[in-house]
Write a protein that binds this ligand. Structure first.
Ligand code: 5GP
Length: 142
């Protein structure tokens, strides 16, 4: 079974191009990191390579290598910013695996002992809450 082609009208491509807003916490030449609008826990961010790929299956290895270093940097930052016990990192490939947005991204989610995650793609968070959480993460990354 082959996958569909990359479609640059996906929502993350539009965010990368600045066509729709996001709460950005980090950017470098190859990646952008922004708050997930339907967080599974406070501080849930998405690490998104700028290079176009649908998911990990068609990603450029050099871009992927850099992206994972950003995942590590951001994982440490959200752990500190939210005084978390651990960090959950997730990445889905194709609808059968739970992927809903078809531009490669890594979920980075702070976890606290005994606190369950909210559902994936659940409820939209208040913009002011996302902005405040983004500030906390930016402060750790500074
Ligand atoms: P996945 O493709 O891995 O299943 O998840 C896509 C993620 O993108 C979900 O966690 C969802 O909450 C998030 N998401 C969907 N639309 C938007 C959006 O417009 N902006 C942001 N920041 N996140 C989004």
């Amino acid at each position: 079974m082959t996958s569909a082609a990359y479609d640059d009208n996906n929502i993350f491509a539009k965010i990368l191009r600045g066509e729709i807003p996001s709460h950005r916490v980090y950017e470098d030449d190859q990646t952008v990191v922004f708050m997930d609008v339907m967080p599974q826990a406070p501080g849930h961010v998405l690490v998104v390579p700028k290079a176009a790929s649908r998911n990990i299956l068609d990603a450029d290895p050099a871009s992927l290598s850099h992206t994972i270093t950003v995942v590590q940097k951001v994982a440490n930052a959200v752990k500190e910013a939210f005084d978390a016990d651990g960090v959950f990192i997730a990445q889905f490939n194709e609808p059968s695996a739970g992927q809903t947005v078809f531009h490669l991204h890594f979920h980075v989610i702070p976890r606290h002992e005994g606190v369950a995650l909210k559902p994936h793609s659940g409820k939209m968070e208040d913009g002011a809450v996302l902005a405040a959480n983004a500030d906390k993460i930016r402060a750790e990354l500074a």
